[in-house]
Ligand binder design. Structure first.
Ligand code: ADP
Ligand code: MG
Length: 475
């Protein structure tokens, strides 16, 4: 039989699959696409430079064995790095590595002049008057890799974080941007990377700071005419971790200063780690030049944990707290609290607290009561006003336009969507919904709900609106 890229790769995969762990296989081999076979050279497409480096580092031996079996001693592997968002469109791997060889720069000589004049530097972390150049990392040691449990939802971000911790500034994931919704572990992971680096490279200056605090410090510095000191201070850092960079939205002064700091660090082979509640493409009011910098490295998403991961996080938490709970209860909590890990921890903590206050055993009955109360309390109340705001923002119109009497098709559609979501997400009556959305009657609202149901079924574009808005409203 004539060999093709597909058949050769297929046989390699069979071999690899038998020899490595299932999860690892899924993560690192499934996304690879065989592209062509040229003599004994097999070209495979990998989703990013990260993949390529990872495979080279961890799996090249086994691949070599597999490939040699298929293609003989001449066998060669050629990587093609895909430059777009891939991986099921879930994890945007953005890849554009600046051409400059960062490792070729003599870091010492760049920083030396600054280091020789510490007295000229003002450290924004130090109370004025006390001169102290040792920079406190502001890291929380209880957020480490060991207690950051691995699951499908975080595997890539976690692995990338570990790779960065092993070689800060020395991988292509610079900056490493970790993004995802609230309570999914961004802050924990960011600290874990810093903590690990501090352990492996005690001489490196690591600094964790929230984007909010960075902004405050910058404003202070401007007030005191210390902008240069501020910049110099940050340029001394070897590993800079900035949490929640979405906070920079609309703050052009801070963005500007961060841009300078970033460029300096990056050019000198220093590592930058950022977290954000959105992917770079969804960030608003962040300057283009900064967004493009974010894309230089790797963007890795933290997703909602699946059931298995939720169970292992709960078990780990209980184990650390020295508490034992029946399996049944753990799985009940894991099934009921799905949105994020912070809530999951909150639920289990209040359950333990309840049982110890009341000296009750934790029964399924108690678990139900606590979780129900807990889930209900933390679920953000969505108001009709909020829905109208989200829908009109989405269609780039004012709320007054959405409510107006016009029959223009796109406005009518937006209004109907608002009514539909008000019905879906609030407990309001049809009459009340109609009243709040431009003084319509209950029949109009009912009609709107039916129309949206129908259109979502028949019209692909419309279905996308419904999906997008559902996502926005339930996040
Ligand atoms: P974010 O910064 O994304 O809002 P956090 O990092 O504050 O989220 O995480 C919320 C809570 O969930 C923290 O207590 C954190 O320790 C815990 N957590 C998040 N991810 C994990 C994980 N993979 N394993 C164990 N605990 C986790
Ligand atoms: Mg956080």
């Amino acid at each position: 039989m004539q060999q093709t890229a597909e058949t050769v790769w297929g046989s390699c995969l069979d071999f690899v699959q038998d020899n490595i762990q299932k999860q690892a296989f899924k993560t690192w081999f499934m996304p690879i696409v065989p592209v062509k076979l040229n003599g004994a050279a097999l070209s495979i497409q990998v989703p990013s430079k990260f993949f390529y480096e990872w495979i080279e580092e961890h799996y090249i031996k086994i691949l070599k064995v597999a490939l040699t079996k298929e293609l003989g001693d001449e066998a060669r592997l050629v990587y093609i790095i895909k430059m777009e968002n891939t991986y099921g469109n879930k994890l945007p791997f953005t890849e554009k590595i600046p051409s400059k060889n960062r490792n070729g720069i003599d870091i010492q000589s760049v920083d030396a002049p600054l280091r020789n004049h510490p007295s000229e530097l003002k450290n924004p972390f130090v109370i004025p008057g006390i001169r102290n150049l040792k920079i406190e990392s502001q890291l929380n040691p209880s957020y480490n890799f060991e207690n950051f449990l691995e699951g499908d939802s975080n595997r890539l971000a976690r692995s990338a974080g570990m790779a960065v911790a092993n070689r800060p500034g020395g991988t292509s994931f610079n900056p490493l941007l970790v993004f995802g919704g609230v309570g999914l572990g961004k802050t924990h992971l960011a600290h874990a990377i810093g903590v690990d680096i501090k352990e492996k490279y005690p001489e490196k200056t690591v600094l964790y700071i929230s984007a909010e605090k960075f902004t405050q410090q910058y404003i202070e510095a401007i007030k005191k005419n210390n902008r240069n000191d501020f910049i110099h201070f940050y340029q001394l850092i070897d590993v800079l971790i900035i949490d929640d960079v979405q906070f920079f939205s609309g703050k052009s002064g801070t963005q500007d200063v961060f841009f300078h700091v970033f460029n300096h660090l990056h050019q000198n082979g220093k590592q930058v780690i950022l977290t954000s509640d959105k992917a770079p493409v969804d960030m608003q009011d962040i300057e283009q030049r900064l967004l493009s910098r974010f894309k230089w490295g790797l963007s890795a998403e933290l997703q909602r944990p699946d059931y298995e991961t939720r169970v292992s996080i709960l078990k780990n938490k209980l184990y650390r707290d020295g508490v034992e709970l029946p399996e049944e209860i753990i799985s009940y909590v894991a099934k009921s609290v799905k949105t994020n890990i912070r809530e999951l921890e909150g639920a289990i903590i209040s359950l333990i607290a309840q049982s110890s206050f009341n000296k009750h055993e934790v029964t399924l009955e108690l678990a139900k009561q606590v979780v129900e109360k807990f889930v209900r309390n933390t679920k953000r109340e969505i108001s009709i006003d909020y829905i109208q705001k989200v829908v009109s923002d989405y269609f780039q119109m004012d709320v007054t336009t959405l409510q107006s009497k016009t029959r223009k098709r796109h406005i009518v559609q937006a209004r109907q969507l608002a009514m539909f979501f008000a019905k879906k997400f609030t407990k309001s009556s049809l009459a009340n919904i109609g009243n709040q959305i431009g003084h319509r009657d209950h029949a109009t609202v009912l009609h709107a709900c039916k129309t949206v149901d129908n259109l979502a079924f028949t019209d692909k574009q419309f279905r996308k609106y419904v999906e997008d808005l559902t996502k926005k409203l339930s996040s």
